[in-house]
Write a protein that binds this ligand. Sequence first.
Ligand SMILES: *Cc1c(COP(=O)(O)O)cnc(C)c1O
Length: 406
Amino acid sequence: MRMHKVMEAEKLYGAQNYNPLPVVLVKGEGVHVWDDNGKQYIDMMSAYSAVSYGHSNPKLVDALAKQAGTLAVVSRAFYSDKLAAFLEYACKLVGQDKALAMNSGAEAVETAVKAARKWAYTVKGVPSDQAEIIVCEGNFHGRTTTIVSFSSEEQYKAGFGPLTPGFKMIPYGDIDALEKAITPNTAAFLMEPIQGESGIHTPPEGYLKQCAEICKQNDVLLLCDEIQTGLGRTGKILACDHEGVKPDGLMLGKALGGGLLPVSLFLSKAEVMNVFTPGDHGSTFGGSPLAASVGLAALQLLVDESLDVHARDMGEYFMDQLRALNSPLITDIRGKGLFIGLEIDPKQASARDVSLQLLEDGLLTKDTHYTVIRLCPPLTITKAQIDEAINIIKHSLKKIEKTLAA
Ligand SMILES: *Cc1c(COP(=O)(O)O)cnc(C)c1O
């Protein structure tokens, strides 16, 4: 009853830009969340990796509370005693020279686009306003007008024109297409090491390494969007680390805010970041003492608790258990670490229907692109909790199979 009211009220006063599953969450702790009836769920969404370190992680809540009660926001009109330590730790962790703090992931991507364009004009020597950025089909980099301009998803763009020019689209995972698309005006190749929103798509082995080589040969920046894949999710600190690739620029977000507030970074080599001069770019909240303290605590937690290694081990275990289910509804199980996608046979059931059944049985997840179920729990998940999740998934799939057979 109460749940219904909240959903109605949100419909009445909120924009209808989402289509949430019918559950009202009121509490979270670790890998679990609870609804307003006290029902417990295992969270397999982790807010698209924003909650990679678990709901209300006590260490991160502590860092947040301490800093909130000391000094939270000063704007970048002044120095604070917290920003430098955060940037230094982040740069050293991922092997980049410099970092620029923003809030949302989309802002970090916008920062990368601006940096790449200005680098093209001031360092590479591309004629004014001619810089091109190559992107991939199926990409997801956020929702600003410039970013949706280079989406291959028609709905993301329809009705929001005029679109921003200067982007060129190539198929994901196709190295020849990249080579052919590069011109003397190419500033950068912007890509996700694993495409998340498009359905957890991993490119062919060696693709990233070849991209890095081709970019280097052609004086093109390789910009990797690791907003969702970064910070332990795929079993390494960065998804790029699986192929030993160090991009020229890197975007982090989501988990960087410790599941508590939006914190994002654009990191790059000095040659790129040095194109920015005072007044070129900024953000009122970006790099605030609060954001810096929580961001630093989140990175330290990742390192101190080796959550990347844990994610790798738990991911392997999870995938093995999923394969052992042998469900006729599942046509593919893919991913890396705890970044897992289940492809559901659309002739038998929609991914939305599967997610609704899982919801009823106590497991939260969501469909992406109609046929894929995301299984991306907090990286802190234990083996016993994975067993519990597997039992739920088994039960839900069996129920759907039975309904289909009837
Ligand atoms: C979520 C996401 C973004 C956008 O982040 P927001 O914080 O929602 O703006 C960009 N790139 C990737 C790969 C993402 O997964």
